[in-house]
Design a binder for this molecule. Structure first.
Ligand code: ZN
Length: 415
């Protein structure tokens, strides 16, 4: 199967992009293809990469807002999550994938429960994902043994799916929910199997203070002291870091996932130190976090929110539009370990087309500014992932059924 994208704007110039199976095979020449997309008036961008989310939490969108973090978790989120079933997680994830496609995301990094059902949803939904079973042992040895078995079994499940769009990660939740033994096992197992590690690090000041009290060091230094950190680690939030922590991130090649909406909504107290990270040579990526703490999965919006949050600190040159796009494409793909995130020959064919004939894109003095500061996910017209057209003219096959099932599943929180 081959696709020719004709006359798209690529890096500001009119170009033709040819896809052969799931790979970008040629840029520049018009060639014969099974399917031709006339992309005149559209910007071609690599598919966006959401590096931190809990996809099935779409079912909890708006279920508890405007509450303190602890009360929110204890009174709303955790009791609701206790009611979740595999079927609910499947349809919640299908809903998330529809929402991601409609706002231009072609790959995401997930951590949750019922991960076999998440993997089935990704298989059926058509996009790319790195999936990790949320390992939480609460410092209990028996729980730890169960979590180890659950992690091993999920990794085997993904291996047996033999779907190149889906990869397993090892996902210990955080240092305040996983024992030292659990963290060490996670890192060792991930490295033995060549898998990525997905964890929450330094989200709140409480996490930082508790870590200093219990371990005599920051969360980053605590993790580094056990050899946990490396270029295979994706660290969600990474808000409460000092210069020594950032030096460690830089040395080990850790990938921070910046989650600005979630951080502001849950009032973590300050912004991730983006400019300092860049000085250390760190390449931050971008994520929405789950829909309960955002409340959507729109990465176009998230780019704007990230850029604005950094400027609020007093520097209007912090996080320019060009870099926001890099966070959401190239750096995100590198973090997840997929050869995507660039529209170049030999890269995976994950491409989105953005309309320019809509009010918020007119006029176009600077296409990158328009994308980051003016447009949102509704500007995305066409989405291709792994060489397959998932959305055209904003139409996705099977969307109605997914919305209907997701509504039905969400009713179960009240029964
Ligand atoms: Zn999270």
């Amino acid at each position: 199967m081959s696709i020719l994208i004709k006359n798209a704007l690529l890096n500001g110039e009119r170009s033709h992009i040819c896809i052969e199976d799931n790979i970008i095979s040629e840029i520049g020449n018009i060639v014969e293809a099974d399917e031709v997309i006339d992309a005149r008036g559209m910007i071609a961008l690599p598919g966006l990469v959401n590096t931190h989310t809990h996809a099935a939490m779409t079912l909890l969108r708006g279920y508890g807002d405007d509450m303190p973090l602890h009360e929110w978790l204890q009174n709303r989120i955790w009791p609701a999550e206790a009611k979740l079933t595999g079927e609910m997680v499947y349809w919640g994830t299908r809903l998330a994938i529809i929402e991601m496609i409609k706002s231009g995301t072609t790959a995401f990094n997930d951590m949750y429960f019922f991960m076999e059902d998440v993997a089935r949803a990704v298989n059926d939904g058509g996009i790319r994902a790195l999936l990790g079973y949320g390992f939480i042992d609460l410092f209990d040895e028996e729980k730890r043994e169960n979590e180890i078995k659950a992690t091993e079994s999920f990794v085997r499940y993904v291996e047996n799916m033999k779907n190149s769009r889906i990869r397993a990660s090892v996902a210990p939740h955080a240092i305040y929910t996983v024992s030292k033994e659990g963290l060490e096992w996670s890192a060792e197992f991930a490295r033995e199997k060549g898998l990525r590690i997905h964890i929450h690090i330094a989200e709140t000041e409480k996490e930082l203070k508790d870590s200093i009290k219990e371990h005599g060091k920051s969360p980053v230094k605590y993790l580094d002291s056990m050899g946990f950190l490396g270029s295979d680690v994706i660290a969600a939030h990474s808000v409460w870091l000092d210069d020594e922590d950032m030096e460690i991130y830089s040395k080990r090649g850790v990938w921070p996932s910046h989650n600005p909406s979630s951080n502001m909504k849950l009032a973590v107290g300050k912004a991730m130190p983006y400019s300092s990270m860049r000085k250390w040579g760190i390449r931050p990526t971008l994520g929405t976090d789950g829909a309960a703490s955002n409340n959507n999965l729109d990465m176009m919006e998230e780019m704007k929110i990230a850029a604005l949050l950094q400027k609020l600190s007093g520097d209007p040159t912090a996080l320019p539009a060009h870099e926001a796009i890099k966070m959401a494409t190239e750096w995100g793909s590198l973090a997840l370990g997929f050869k995507a995130g660039k529209i170049e020959e030999g890269y995976l064919a994950d491409i989105i087309l953005i309309s320019t004939d809509i009010p918020e894109m007119v006029p176009m003095h600077n296409w990158e500014s328009n994308i980051v500061y003016s447009a949102n996910g509704s500007a995305v017209d066409t989405v291709i992932c792994d060489g397959k057209i998932l959305m055209r003219n904003r139409r996705i096959e099977g969307e109605e059924e997914v919305l209907r099932k997701a509504k039905e599943m969400a009713e179960r929180f009240y029964s």
